[in-house]
Ligand binder design. Structure first.
Ligand SMILES: [Cu+2]
Length: 463
């Protein structure tokens, strides 16, 4: 792959090549920083800065941070927009477009006041640009094709240069053929750390980030349908679905920050169990302290970013997920007819004479689907998957687990394994007799003395 202009054949070969790590000839890009490629979907270790101002690096869930080089005081990064193959969960890979071997692209971390130069090489089969969402910068660096710059033709490299003027939580994505390129997985995270102690930005022990993204991939296929507007079936955090999303592992008592950006076509109420958090920042910057209140769910609208912060002071394994129930489910959960209460006795064998593969689903609810090892088309994420220490979890999509442990070492992000519940603290089965139900006494009938007047028997309060 020494030529810069990908041919049609190279484009289709490119997806396969990137699995093994795309090799770019150094001679062709001699003056540029060598592009760094990452093809593993594992959560990368935080990238401690070895040049420039110090900061406490973030951890990108199932992602990584892009290294830079220092050139006369300027931080230089090299992004390569290209077709990639992403493992969305074990057994399910999707052809995507991304940056430097992955979708999402690598996280970019800089410090307030840094001078930044970003080289963007386009190895897609069509023009692209990069928009630096939320940044204060010169208009000519804002990346809207046609409006702020000519688009980057296939095979060419453009240079963006600006100062990171304000600290905060940002992202980047194309502003050229957005419908295709974002539906194919092109976006990445950006964090600008404060240059000094900031009155609205607390130092934290753990700083996680990820993007919400979604794809429409027919079961058995591996390329997203880019024209889908609403009916997506793969609901991702950083292009991963449960059980493929890594857990968030923290030490008991840690101050934890989770930065989330939404690049799907709908909102996601992100819900944390066992703790209350505050929203300490948006893509507009840190929020005033007087605007913060405790929450256990934060709705993240399309194109928004939110920073959630809390003290992890409850030991255990805590679910952390989108509260839309269809978003904690993988493909095949959407077009199944509701069968609850339908008596199918004797029916299946008759239907199977006409439709040999016919299978009955859901006449007692969908719970059985958790255990069912049904024959899925090749390359399909099971609708509900994942096991906990008590059995099947029965979810997919936008779900992970916050693991809070007393013995987790500072800076150790490794998975401590399942929580050891103290004896007597787990919900248990009642083994005594169950009394039969009694009918509650009917509420006394109150005749309103006026047509719209009612009396609440419990309080006697009149409306
Ligand atoms: Cu959601």
């Amino acid at each position: 792959m020494t030529q810069n202009t990908p041919t049609r054949r190279q484009f289709f070969a490119g997806a396969a090549a990137s699995v093994a790590g795309l090799v770019i000839a150094r001679s062709a890009l001699a003056a540029l920083p060598e592009p760094v490629i990452q093809t593993s979907a594992a959560t990368g270790a935080p990238l401690a800065p070895n040049t420039g101002r110090p900061y406490n690096p973030v951890v990108t869930l199932n992602g990584w941070t892009l290294p830079w080089r220092m050139n006369n005081g300027v931080k230089e990064f090299h992004l390569v927009a290209e077709p990639v193959v992403r493992e969305v969960t074990p057994g399910f890979v999707v052809n995507m477009w991304g940056y430097n071997g992955q979708s999402p692209g690598p996280t970019i971390e800089v410090v307030e006041g840094d001078r930044i130069r970003l080289f963007v090489t386009n190895r897609l089969p069509e023009p692209t640009t990069v928009h630096w969402h939320g940044q204060r910068l010169p208009a000519g660096m804002d990346g809207v094709a046609g409006l702020n710059q000519p688009s980057i033709p296939a095979g060419k490299t453009f240079v963006y240069e600006f100062e990171a003027r304000r600290p905060g939580t940002f992202m980047y994505h194309p502003h050229a053929d957005e419908m295709t390129q974002m539906a194919m997985g092109m976006h990445g995270f950006w964090v600008t750390h404060p240059k000094a102690k900031h009155p609205l930005i607390k130092e934290v022990d753990r700083d996680f980030c990820f993007l919400l993204n979604a794809f429409d991939v027919e079961p058995g296929s591996r390329t997203p349908k880019i024209n889908t507007m609403l009916d997506f079936n793969i609901w991702c955090w950083n292009s991963r679905v449960f059980p493929g999303i890594d857990t968030l592992n923290v030490r008991h008592g840690d101050r934890v920050r989770i930065r989330i950006g939404n690049l799907t076509m709908t909102n996601h109420p992100i819900h944390l169990h066992g703790h209350e958090f505050e929203v300490t920042g948006t893509d507009g910057g840190p929020t005033p302290v007087t605007s913060r209140w405790p929450e256990v769910s934060a709705d993240i609208a399309v194109g928004q970013m939110r920073q959630l912060e809390f003290i992890a002071d409850e030991e255990g394994d805590w679910a952390f997920h989108c509260h839309k129930s269809h978003h904690t489910m993988n493909a095949m959960g959407h077009d199944v007819p509701t069968m609850i209460g339908v008596d199918h006795r004797g029916l299946v064998s008759k239907i199977q004479k006409v439709v040999p593969d016919y299978m009955l689903m859901g006449e007692r609810g969908m719970y059985d689907m958790k255990e069912m090892e049904m024959q899925l088309p090749e390359n399909t994420a099971p609708m509900m998957a994942g096991h906990g220490q008590f059995g099947p979890i029965g979810m997919g999509g936008m779900l992970s687990v916050l693991k809070v442990r007393k013995d987790q070492k500072p800076g150790d992000y490794s998975d401590p394994g399942p929580y050891k519940f103290p004896p007597g603290t787990v919900a248990y089965e009642w083994t005594g007799t169950t009394p039969s139900a009694t009918q509650a006494k009917p509420s006394p009938v109150v005749t309103p003395d006026k047509e719209f007047r009612a009396r609440k028997p419990a309080t006697g309060h009149q409306h």
